[in-house]
Design a protein around this ligand. Structure first.
Ligand SMILES: Nc1ncnc2c1ncn2[C@@H]1O[C@H](COP(=O)(O)OP(=O)(O)OP(=O)(O)O)[C@@H](O)[C@H]1O
Length: 330
């Protein structure tokens, strides 16, 4: 279990993160999601002991490692860096053995052999890093990170260097491995699909704060703020005036949102008139850009499987179900 309490980081006079709180249970995968530069890697570095200056506490199991100055090598943390950070002058076996300096030569060889076997790297053990494919390099990085049987696994954008098919397979494989070894895993990414597919829980960071920390399902179904909704879901914002016309309650501090696949545009009359501005064919669906006739300049995007008799510049109507509208904080 890893717990982050009242965590904050400043670089010079610039505050990067403040009052971050979350924990990760054994066997749980937590993804920290946020735009580039929001501080995701800084959180991982602090947990690993590489970012020593910070506020608050980081506890691994029952021990608060940050307050006790426990060093990187003693933290029971495996860290897989974004670019893997493998040593180019060492071969595969030597890379995996790197962190095993506390073991005797014999124990070290035994553990490396186990890992080569487990990660299907036996045939590559004498190869230099540049002689491996991206997927093989990643397996070496994972084997090295797990060599000392850590309780915590930190993964910085672990799938970004893999092609689509390998990314898909690796996600399933890594998820199963984390569950099997009962690790507390923290993954950072700015890819929302990746976050939704691999995570038990997701934390979204923006403007120094952890805006929401929930299960993947809950955060997708019930985002608590406009930023989280925009980051994780494809949504439209509806004008507050329209919401009032639909007899729903909304405060000035709130916004109404609806997922882009929860609306239908058709020529059949409704009380929301629209003009179709554009229609794009997107393979297995169409994306329509529409303008609300009575709310000038308010544009929406609608995703539909079938557009039958609709054309660009048609005057049409929007059909939405009130239960699909969510009222959330701005
Ligand atoms: N050692 C440092 N000194 C000064 N500023 C730093 C330092 N390390 C990181 N920063 C700044 O802190 C902010 C957060 O960096 P961090 O690498 O944690 O972001 P990130 O969310 O992981 O970004 P990305 O998704 O692009 O990798 C950035 O503005 C970065 O420039």
């Amino acid at each position: 279990m890893v717990s982050i309490e009242n965590f904050g980081v400043s670089f010079g006079n610039t505050k990067i993160l403040e009052n971050i709180n979350f924990d990760v249970k054994p066997g749980e995968i937590v993804t920290i999601l946020g735009s580039s530069g929001c501080g995701k890697t800084t959180i991982l570095r602090a947990i690993a002991g590489l970012q020593k200056e910070h506020k608050g506490h980081i506890c691994i199991g029952d021990e608060c490692v940050s307050s006790k100055e426990i060093y990187v090598k003693d933290r029971e943390v495996g860290y897989i860096f974004q670019d893997y950070a493998l040593f180019p002058h060492l071969n595969v076996s030597e890379n995996i053995a790197f962190a095993l300096f506390k073991l005797s030569k014999k124990e070290k060889e035994k553990r490396v052999d186990e890992l080569l076997e487990q990660f299907n790297l036996i045939d590559h053990k004498k190869k230099q890093i540049h002689q491996l494919s991206g997927g093989q390099q990643q397996r070496v990085a994972i084997a090295r990170a797990l060599a000392n049987n850590p309780k915590i696994l930190l993964l910085d954008e672990p799938f970004s260097n893999l092609d689509a098919m390998l990314r898909y397979k690796t996600k399933i494989w890594l998820k199963n491995l984390i569950k099997k070894l009962n690790l507390s895993a923290i993954l950072v990414t700015h890819d929302k699909k990746e976050a939704l597919t691999v995570s038990d829980k997701i934390g979204v960071i923006n403007n120094k704060k952890l805006l929401q920390f929930d299960t993947a399902q809950e955060i997708f179904d019930n985002p608590k703020s406009l930023y989280v909704a925009n980051f994780l879901c494809e949504i439209n914002q509806l004008p507050n005036e329209l919401i009032k016309q639909l007899d729903l309650k909304i405060e000035d501090s709130e916004v109404a949102i609806i997922k882009i696949d929860k609306s239908i545009v058709s020529l059949e009359k409704s009380n929301i008139a629209v003009k179709i501005i554009d229609i794009s064919f997107c393979g297995d669906y169409y994306e329509l850009v529409i303008e609300l006739t009575n709310f000038k300049n308010h544009t929406l995007i609608v995703k539909m499987q079938n557009i039958s008799n609709l054309n660009i510049l048609d005057n049409a109507y929007l059909h939405i179900n009130k239960k699909d509208i969510k009222i959330i904080n701005k």
